[in-house]
Design a protein around this ligand. Structure first.
Ligand code: NAP
Length: 334
């Protein structure tokens, strides 16, 4: 009998996650029923939205106390009683913070393997992160070559993809982030035109200098003060794909937006979106992004830690800005 190690949420977080928000548990897995697969989890995807899931109902109900912490992950099928799934297949979806799971096969997606690509790519550019960047920029942002794009949390998992796709689409790209090392990575390795360290610089003045002709698209991962500042410098017809609002997820107070009325005079549009609405079109993004990766036109970085027990601490790096690129925890080899 196989035993799965699990981290269960036992207390709702306030501020950053604390170790005692979780408890370590073990579950002996039962035999598979028809339609089910046994999955060994290889990587856990650490995502800002998990902080919201742990605290409150949102687009998904809050994680129930006493249950396995909800999480995206990548796994390999160990045993299958489901048609179309075989031992060795890669699957991704809501695996949860656990080392093994028995799932109905239709709850997970089978992932086509791209030769020579490391497995972490399937949670970064070729996973939910990549889809978010792809459809958020191309579908919601509707970029046109020559326009100016500003990306917040530019050195993060989603942001770093958006910046590069912006360059691939002929945009002038300005990225904001919180450390000099991230600024350097964005400029030297990802080809971002201008970077702003929002912790060191006055963002209003730095944007005036970096985008003297104004901003056409603001891909916002942060919200709050950053959004308020960028609003003052948007052009007529600007688009703001509102991807995330990380400045508020672990904060006690959420500042209001003062400059929203600018949208009227600029005939501009701010639009929230959820990547899950684009899942039916996932193959479109997967194919194009895999092509860019293979051609060396798209680069990605994974920030990888090891061991299930590290998850409650490591996830906080998303909120303290200590991750560069996609934050993952490795649980096992494939
Ligand atoms: N709409 C959707 O369907 C969808 C899907 C996936 C992700 N998202 C959203 O996309 C955003 C990015 O997610 P990700 O997975 O790519 O995470 P990420 O950008 O890799 O990590 C989060 C980054 O946000 C920055 N940050 C944290 N707190 C901040 C604050 N108070 N002010 C400014 N910056 C802050 C930090 O970088 P710095 O060093 O730059 O501060 C941190 O590294 C999140 O808001 C997430 O919720 C939305």
């Amino acid at each position: 009998m196989l035993v799965s190690r699990q981290l269960k949420l036992v207390q709702r977080p306030s501020g950053l996650f604390q170790a005692d928000n979780f408890t370590l548990a073990e579950e002996t897995l039962t035999e598979l029923a028809d339609g089910e697969i046994l999955v060994k989890v290889i990587y856990l995807s650490l995502d800002p939205t998990q902080r919201v899931w742990a605290q409150m109902d949102s687009y998904l109900p809050a994680v129930k106390l006493g249950t396995v912490m909800r999480s995206f992950g990548l796994g390999v099928v160990v045993e299958s009683r489901a048609e179309g799934f075989e031992k060795g297949d890669l699957v991704s979806g809501l695996t949860g913070w656990q080392t093994y799971l028995v799932a109905e096969a239709r709850q997970l997606q089978k992932i086509p393997r791209v030769p020579d690509l490391p497995l972490d790519a399937y949670l970064g550019p070729l996973g939910m992160t990549g889809l978010t960047a792809y459809f958020g920029l191309l579908d919601v942002g509707t970029p046109k070559a020559g326009e100016t794009l500003v990306v917040s949390a530019a050195a993060g998992a989603v942001g770093s993809m958006v910046c590069q796709m912006g360059k691939l689409k002929g945009l002038r790209v300005i990225g904001t982030t919180g450390t000099e090392a991230k600024c350097q990575w964005l400029q030297d390795e990802l080809g971002v035109d201008q970077v702003i360290n929002y912790k060191e610089q006055n963002v209003y003045r730095a944007l005036r200098k970096a985008a003297p002709e104004g901003i056409d698209i603001f891909f916002d991962n942060v919200g709050g003060e950053m959004l308020d500042t960028v609003l003052t410098q948007i052009n007529i017809g600007a688009r703001i794909p509102l991807c995330g609002y990380i400045s508020a997820y672990a904060a006690n107070e959420v500042p209001g937006i003062k400059n929203l009325s600018v949208l009227i005079s600029k005939r501009a549009k701010i639009q929230g979106f959820l990547v899950s609405d684009y899942y039916p079109r996932a193959a479109e993004a997967f194919t194009e992004m895999a092509g860019w990766l293979k051609a060396g036109k798209l680069h990605y970085r994974s920030d990888i830690y090891e061991g299930l027990e590290t998850a409650p601490d490591v996830i906080n790096k998303l909120f303290t800005g200590e991750n560069t690129g996609k934050l993952l925890i490795k649980l096992a080899d494939a």
